[in-house]
Design a protein around this ligand. Sequence first.
Ligand SMILES: [Zn+2]
Length: 512
Amino acid sequence: MFFREYCEFIEALYIIYYSKMNDYEKNINYRKIRKSYEEFGKINNDFEEIYDEITTGAVYNLKESDLTFLRRYNGLLLSISRLLNLKIKLHYLDNCTFVKKMYSVELIDDKYHCLQCDNSNQNLFFSFENNSLKTTYCRRCIDFGRSDDNFIKFHINIPVSKIEAPKKPNVRLSDVQEIASERLVENTEKNLSTLVWAVCGAGKTEIVYEVIYQAILENKTICLAIPRRDVVKELSERFYRDFSGYPISVLHGEEKVLEESNFYIMTTHQLVKYYNYFDIVIIDEVDAFPYSGDECLENGAKTSLKNNGVIVFLSATPSNKIKASVDEVIKIPIRYHRYLLPVPKIKIEKTEVFDFTKRCKFIEKFIKERLARDRRILIFVPEIGMCETAVLYLKRSFSDNILIDFVYSEDENRSEKIKEFYNRKIDVLVTTTILERGVTFDYLDVIIFDTKHINFTKSALIQISGRVGRKDYDNSGDIVFLSDKISREMKAAIKEIEYMNNLAKYRKLNRR
Ligand SMILES: [Zn+2]
């Protein structure tokens, strides 16, 4: 099935071979390519072999080892050049019933539809002509590889032989998690889409273990997708450990580990490249950048599902759109340790504080008091440009004994600084919203500086507040919204946190 040495004449042959031309036109073009190849003068045995094979119409069948190789590309829409990168002789796939050839832009009732990103907005389709042959492609998902109506894509779906199931993962669920987990299994079996709306610190990852485990037992294909790459890495390590011995395909921008497996963990970005393949797709942090608000990613996730596939969303701060899109919302209003969420307090200061022209006694006192009690402080600022100024501003008020630093997304020493803060080598860390989720520090208090700023959305504020009091032994702390005005988002964030606390109290879930 493989060739050894790529040359562009091989690609040219296959483009003609899989084009919409009739046999007569194809033969003319084959001869043209052959002539160019001969003029080029460098012998390539693979080209000559492939030329003879496709012009004589020889028929091939794949071997078991070929299927094993191809199986890891299951579910992807592979272009001619992508397969040639794998050094596959494409015409070997012609007789394989598990390989479907298709165009990823289809025309239905005079309207274009993109299979890659589910786009049907006609304004986002563009056409070009080459040798009087018109190609129409989808602009919306162009970053994921061109999806068009003229160049064939190969969709591979070779049944995965039953892999030995892992031992049931050993995770202990609280009774609240247990109920949610059971409900989720029921819903996916009934093909009902579900949103698990769980407060920060509720342990939402544990809740999907059972669904994933059941899917593996039933030989279903399942994908856990997350917008952020570092979370993919983190979660994959966790699942490697807890589903010990079971192969897992893990895909993100920097690395792609494709196994012969039914269980995938990937970024939502990678998920767009899959088509009609998964029985269950779980999207964690569905409200997070870059997934949320990106139609291409949002709809691309849907096309990765089989027709009767089912979707599960997980979030601490779901949008109304997500809430409305599912069959059921399961709310988990209490944290794993069963203490209520700390509620932010608003502190109004003069506008000059926020352009650093006036000292802020409140911040000074706040920091001193907390450090005296051996706690640590995160100060969130709305823009990267404010980090350094804020640190200088704070350093004016404190001696060198107090260690103050800042971190932001493009910071080269980002992970080291976070580690230092974790190991208490930094007392006060000024940060942008990059630390709004995914981090846990005990004995933490938080100030959100200039909270009314447009970058502090309701969900960002809830996520930031969710960093505080995450441990059983340190289950509370202070969150201060420091601002010169009260924004709608500030009010809405506090309201939602109080709503979840009241719901927990109403259901008698909290410790007293
Ligand atoms: Zn598209």
